[in-house]
Every structure is written in structure tokens, then in C-alpha cells.
Design a protein. Structure first.
Length: 212
């Protein structure tokens, strides 16, 4: 459908007004909210995510596209509920204790939402206790932790330990990331997954949900 292709393209180019106009037009023409979401908005974000992974686009383009995506999803939120459309899964995300950086975390959040996840954002400087409480309360499929500093990456391990101590480690998949974090470090602290960038984080989270 040409309208859905146009919607995907508008998201990729970050044209929020075009996204709004196309979503409004689609709804008026009887296109389901699910189609607009899956075959228009999320398709566009997925294509952009792959380009981001391949260094064909960069952080500013992704942020602008995510803003356009959010404008579109806001218009169909009520319709999605009416149609009984559920998120593909839930993710709790936050930057670990002692670290106040949020650009990477916000980018991952946008990519996760663009992949169809419901995301609970705990913000920055999040203590192990707060992560554990969120897992107990929100019952997410995935817990995603970010750390930009070598001095704070150890806090990711403390969260994994706290989850085990609280008896909820097996209830959630843990993904870690951030500039100093590596696959080796993720293995060392007992995380389930590692993501080198925001698009990869969404792919890893999706693989966990699909495998469940």
C-alpha cells in the first residue's frame, strides 16, 4: 500500500508533520491502527535502525526519526487499545548508579519502542535496589542497563547480584551496554546479552522475547 510506504519513508526522514498527516489519512481511509504501526511506523524505524548499525546514519537522524515516530504512535494509541494490539514485550531500562549519562540510554529506549516494546524508563543514577523493585513490580521480559563510565560499569554486576539475592534473576533477561562495556564483561557479570549500539539492543531484546 502506497500510504504505508510513504509513512515508513516519512519516519526515516524524521518528517513529523508528514507522519501525522499520513496517519490521519490512513485512519480516515479505514486502515487499521495495527497496519499503520507495523507496516508503516515500525517498518520505517527498523530500516533506519539497520542504517544506524551500518553507520549510514547517525544519532541526530535517529533522534529526529524517533520524534516523528512518537507523533504518529500518539495518534493511534487509543485505536491500538480498541483493536487489542499488545506490545511485543516489556523492557525496564536505566543508567546505573553513579552515572548521570542518558543520551545512549534514551537512544536505546527509542529503538526499543520503535521495535514495538513497552518501555519503563527508570532514568539515571539508578540503584540496584530500584532496578530490583522495578523487576518485581513491572515484571518485564528484559532489563536493560547502560553505563558510560569505566568507574560505574561495575554497578551492572551489582544489579545482577541483587536480582539473584532477591530471587528474581531467572524472571528477567539482562542486557548491558555502554561505551566501556564489552561482551567479555557481560559474560563475566552473568548478563544474558550485550549490545554494542542502540539498534543491536533492540535486536537482542527481540530475540529474547521471540525465544520465550
Amino acid at each position: 500500500m502506497a500510504l504505508l510506504d510513504d509513512l515508513s519513508l516519512a519516519v526515516q526522514k524524521g518528517k513529523a508533520k508528514d507522519v501525522e498527516a499520513l496517519v490521519t489519512q490512513g485512519l480516515a481511509e479505514g486502515v487499521s491502527a495495527q497496519q499503520l504501526l507495523d507496516n508503516g511506523l515500525l517498518t520505517g524505524m527498523s530500516i533506519l535502525g539497520n542504517k544506524f548499525k551500518n553507520n549510514e546514519v547517525f544519532v541526530p537522524e535517529v533522534l529526529i526519526a524517533a520524534r516523528a515516530l512518537n507523533r504518529g504512535t500518539a495518534l493511534i494509541k487509543a485505536k491500538l487499545v480498541e483493536e487489542g494490539v499488545e506490545p511485543i514485550g516489556k523492557v525496564v531500562i536505566g543508567t546505573v548508579q553513579g552515572d548521570l549519562h542518558d543520551i545512549g540510554k534514551n537512544l536505546v529506549k527509542m529503538m526499543l519502542e520503535g521495535a514495538g516494546f513497552a518501555v519503563v524508563d527508570l532514568g539515571v543514577d539508578v540503584s540496584p535496589e530500584k532496578f530490583v523493585a522495578a523487576v518485581q513490580t513491572e515484571k518485564p521480559h528484559v532489563l536493560a542497563m547502560s553505563s558510560l563510565l569505566t568507574t560505574t560499569m561495575g554497578a551492572q554486576g551489582k544489579v545482577v547480584e541483587a536480582l539473584s539475592a532477591a530471587g528474581v534473576r531467572d524472571a528477567v533477561k539482562v542486557i548491558v551496554g555502554g561505551a566501556p562495556v564489552t561482551q567479555a564483561f557481560a559474560d563475566q557479570i552473568g548478563a544474558d546479552g550485550y549490545a554494542a549500539d542502540a539498534a543491536s539492543a533492540a535486536d537482542v531484546a527481540k530475540s529474547f522475547v521471540l525465544a520465550a
